[in-house]
Design a protein around this ligand. Structure first.
Ligand code: GRF
Length: 201
């Protein structure tokens, strides 16, 4: 199976995913795409020998025009699965509908708690004992799709958003590869046995 990873920044989750797709893993990374030129993850992907692309959202008048270019670049890579990893653009329902069921995202909170931004500061302000990350299917509902896996960390006294983000990020790098493998195994079984697919209709 072919996996495209969408980033906007440093790409540490992308790197963890790329490193996990080896040996008997049913998926391989075929493209790392950033909406921001110069995103640190692009250099990391090149260093790992993965094809990269940039579709700069600032170059387009509308969200739809940006997504048209994004879709065209993705289709050229023929991915079976999209992984959003630190990708900071909200995707329209039209785009999401084309990839639904094959697009994952990692969000740094224990969804359904704290969709949106500043998740760690919000968990600290709420006095939560735990925080963490969630990998979910992407739907038109921002950070609202079915949760496929979660990782939890405990908050220590004096925890700051920075220290909590670092703790959670370490867990993200274990969680995302685990969930991707489960999804890839499931999708490759489905495509391997058409009868099963028909029966699931
Ligand atoms: C992480 O907190 C992740 O949860 C969020 O983007 C942040 C940076 O991720 N989606 P990365 O280092 O660019 O993968």
């Amino acid at each position: 199976l072919r996996v495209a990873i969408l980033i906007s920044g440093g790409g540490s989750n992308m790197e963890a995913l790329v490193r996990s797709m080896t040996g008997d893993h049913p998926a391989r990374p075929v493209l790392v795409l950033s909406n921001r030129p110069g995103a640190g993850g692009l250099a990391r992907a090149e260093a790992a020998g993965i094809a990269t692309a940039t579709v700069d959202h600032r170059g387009f008048e509308t969200r739809e025009a940006f997504e048209e270019a994004l879709q065209a670049r993705l289709e050229a890579a023929r991915p079976d699965i999209l992984c959003l990893a630190g990708f900071m653009r909200i995707l329209t329902p039209g785009f999401v509908a084309r990839w639904q069921g094959r697009m994952l995202n990692i969000h740094p909170s224990l969804l359904p708690l704290y969709p949106g931004l500043d998740t760690h500061a919000r968990a600290i302000a709420a006095g939560d004992a735990e925080a963490g990350a969630s990998v979910h299917e992407v739907t038109a509902d921002l950070d609202g799709g079915p949760v496929l896996g979660q990782a939890r960390v405990t908050l220590d006294p004096g925890e700051t958003p920075e220290t909590l983000a670092a703790k959670v990020l370490t867990q993200e790098h274990r969680l995302y590869p685990r969930v991707l493998r489960e999804v890839a195994e499931r999708l490759s079984r489905q495509s391997a046995s058409p009868s099963a697919r028909l029966s699931s209709l």
